[in-house]
Ligand binder design. Structure first.
Ligand code: ADX
Length: 197
């Protein structure tokens, strides 16, 4: 989408994104974790950050719940607001990648076209899509915040998996069901995948 303002120009600095990445000795990427609420996105995301840090990489986690306390605090869960949530997060990921960081984004991001938008903003070559395929009944049994129970009684509208859709990725780079694969094993497979790219 074009900027609303027309009287604005880009200004180029004297340091490139390649310079910044070289300083950090890494290739920036965005690992985009998608899946239902309680599918394990934040748990895997933060465990991945810890592992990458121990391997000498500078990372940053953009977690949907956390961003909704700040940058995205004005957004709800309608289709339009979720799209804006994902757009802002992808733009943030793009900036952090430009700064040289490896970004781990953990958002439900339930719609395929919104994830395609995130891929487009961040850039296809930097975007790694990981699908947490943990089944709804497992997520609902976990229900760490009691939100599924409230959604089932109709207290929360448009709840993903209950009263709002989740569109499964068609061609993710990796898929994990956290009810079957242990967290550390999933993290190891993600790291191997990143190293192979
Ligand atoms: S997204 O759909 O816009 O990508 P996001 O990942 O930012 O969602 O936020 C999801 C979190 O918000 C869930 O983990 C849950 O804790 C909370 N939440 C509150 N209301 C809803 C809802 N209606 N649907 C899904 N998650 C909700």
């Amino acid at each position: 989408m074009k900027p609303k303002q027309t009287n604005i120009e880009r200004f180029s600095g004297h340091v490139s994104s390649g310079d910044r990445a070289a300083l950090l000795g890494q290739r920036p990427l965005t690992v985009w974790l998608t899946g239902l609420s309680a599918s394990g996105k934040s748990t895997i995301g933060y465990a991945l950050e810890r592992r990458l840090l121990s391997l000498g990489h500078a990372c940053y986690v953009l977690d949907g719940d956390n961003l909704r306390h700040g940058l995205n605090r004005d957004l709800g869960f309608s289709v339009t607001e979720r799209r804006e949530n994902i757009r802002r997060t992808a733009e943030m990921a793009k900036l952090l990648n430009d700064a040289g960081l490896i970004v781990i984004a953990a958002l439900i991001s339930p719609r395929r076209d919104d994830r395609a938008m995130a891929r487009e903003i961040i850039g296809d070559s930097l975007f790694v899509e990981i699908y947490l395929s943990t089944p709804l009944d497992t997520c609902e049994q976990r229900d760490p915040k009691g939100l599924y129970a409230r959604a089932r009684c109709g207290e929360i509208a448009e709840f993903t998996g209950i009263s709002a859709p989740y569109e499964t990725p068609l061609d993710p780079d990796l898929t994990f069901d956290t009810s079957r694969t242990e967290i550390h094993a999933s993290v190891s497979l993600i790291v191997e995948h990143l190293q192979s790219r």
